[in-house]
Design a protein around this ligand. Sequence first.
Ligand code: SER
Length: 910
Amino acid sequence: MTSPIPPSGFASVAQIRKTFLDFFAERGHTVVESSPLVPGNDPTLMFTNSGMVQFKDVFLGTDRRGYVRAASVQACLRAGGKHNDLENVGYTARHHTFFEMLGNWSFGDYFKREALQWAWELLTKVYGLPADRLWATVYIDDDDAYDIWTTTIGLPANRVVRIGDNKGAKYASDNFWMMADTGPCGPCSEIFYDHGPGIPGGPPGSAEQDGDRFIEIWNNVFMQFDMQPDGSLLPLPAPCVDTGMGLERLAAILQQVHSNYEIDLFRTLIDAAQRVTQCPDAHNDSLKVIADHIRAAVFLVKDGVLPGNEGRGYVQRRIIRRAIRHGYKLGCREPFFHRLVADVAALMGDAYPPLSSQVDSITDVLRSEEERFLETLEVGLRILDEALVENDAGSEVIDKDKGKGSDKVNKDGTNTDSTDKVLRGEVAFRLHDTFGFPLDLTADVCRERGWRVDEAGFAVAMDKQKSQARAAGKFRMDKGLDYDGAPNAFVGYERLTTDTTILALYADDAPVDVLEAGVQGAVILAQTPFYGESGGQVGDAGTILGATGAMFDVADTQKLRAEVWVHRGKLAVGTLRVGDAVTAHVDALRRAATERNHSATHLLHKALREVLGVHVQQKGSLVDAQRTRFDFAHHAPVSEDEVREIEARVNADILANTSTSIRMMDLASARQTGAMMLFGEKYGDTVRVLDIGASCELCGGTHVRRTGDIGLCKVVAQSSVASGVRRIEAVTGTNALEHVQQQEDTLHAAAAVLKVPVSGLEERVTTLLDRIKSLDKEISALQGRLQASAAQGLLAQARDVAPGVRLLAVQVHEADAKALRDTARQLAEQLRTGVVVLATVLQNKVQLAACVTPDLLPKVHAGQLVAFLAAQLGGKGGGKPDLAMAGGTDITRIDPALHSAAQWVAQRVG
Ligand code: SER
């Protein structure tokens, strides 16, 4: 018998978060803030999937912080890359795409004993979980952890389970945690909570472990290794601890519910989802999917990930579209998902402050994606329905063993892949390619009906298609250079030239001891004045000179990882060797131009917020020596007046010529100064606060010393990047001068052509336009007169075909169909009683028009007349009784055909 679930003293997730952080702060841990969902400067990882991501370099020993113990509540996403729970959301009580992770860390300080004891103390003494409902697992050969659990803590041995290498794949199995395919990793010990026998599922390590009864709540990783791309394990500089506890899972226990989706935060979100979908059943699984996905979608946009067709943007699209499909299932035919953004902000804005100010821009992004997908969703679903019925008739039987090893689980813990009904891969691909159905959306529909998608067939169809869709979903991993040497020192804030030595050389990315002239390569220096691309500022260019005349042209500088900069370029002259003494020179003009643009970006950001509103949030920026390109949340074009006002404010700051100040401080103090913090930046514990003009922002970039150094800042372009995101481009310094000069050149050239001074240009152009207008009028009046006099000439050729009935049937000069018809009508008016037939040759074909005066209408039908004539000319035609057109191809028979009109009309009016 297990004890009853604990009485809830922790009413809300907010209290649970605070209790966790307080507990570890009391034990000497520094509380750090959640980092963005997009890991800063880490191309090996798609999303922040755990609290340890922001400390990756600290584990590796390449980054140092001012503390050795830390704790945080981290926003995480497991929807792409190594850890992916997207397809389980809606099927289990405990899986999420977005979730919050409570974590504590030791960087070479305490190890297994303290970590496990504190975990036990917090769970049982502070949160009050009954000890007899807790289980633990340890890595199969981790006797230390086993002893700590059984002897020090006193957990009965039958509730400590050894799990690990039992399939020959040592590091792929449970209880060995890896952040990604490479990087810090180690054996772990997981703590499970038993929700009681009323819930299906078995203890860890049993065949029924995937059920919802025994839930892993806290993982304690003993970080000891750095996994290499070849699978080998290098020891970390010091053993570390990395723990992570799912906030939602813990809340479920403390709030005495079995499903994460029943905790306070989710109950409120599910109510909101019910409100916007008008779904009467609060327990409908689609509401859970929507409630889960809205958090992921909102936090992704907040951290700069917009829906797109590649990489992170495609994961975002998959999440949003999966939610929209579930809304559709509940009967939503209009956009609904974006209406939940404000609910997420209301629930989570306190814990993640930037959220509340971004509600409008995030709403815009989601609404526009919804509108776009709703255009194709209905047809796509119909096609899918039909395919499932069609396939049903002759569904393939597949090898049931194929499903083994899948972690797709149903509520009762059964494995879903055992179905033998398979949707053809080409159908899934067509839905993907034509109707924008991500594969997992199609799989989700199939799964609801007991089907699965032939994913291999989908991949084959995808390969066949050379289209943009082919690249969708792929994440390009730039693994960078293989460097495990010493960190370098960046001295480029203070100087642009330095004497130093070469630590490593690369020829075409392969490490070499010697680099020869003419080879493209890379250089790592012990000290560098070159700024490595980051925070939107491009990397520096310049030269590295060897003592014996070697010259390496640096085209770009990149940050390989924390405190390692790599200079890429070409060895123009001589030979360089590892260990050589060299002098590194940054291209000073290029750096100065870049700095002017970077400093102006800060002033621009500030002015944009003042003029347009504080909803303006940076969504991306690129600063190079030519211009600054700044993307920001705003839903309308910036008007000319607003641009002027923004320019005025920026240039007023420049004219004030105040000096730039840089202050180093901890993140919390920086927040107190009100400094703006930008998306995508990975902030360490000490941050750089830049005060320039009226702006105060966190920034690691390089800047002008005084605002006046910027010269002039001129906005040169603006455009839309995505729904709700505008782009503004500006130039500064000599570029601004050039821009102004180019505009002036254009004005001078126009003035010279028009033979007026520039000041008289506007008047001259206005006069010319007026003159053109009046000439146009004159021309059309003259054309009318010409037509009238030509018509008079033609009228003379009319003859009587019956008493009082005249026929004019003539060939006229080349005319288009409209002119021919208008002329026929005018001539008929002048005939009073009669018929006009005009023929013309246009591009070697005959065109006919016939017009009959109203009084003859009962007798003569213009459509029949042209049909009669066109038949003689190898063509066809017809039309209304009073006016008709026809065409023919035989131009040699025009005369006889026109001639035949007389008898045809005479017969009808006689
Ligand atoms: N990194 C480990 C995990 O995510 C512990 O936080 O499970």
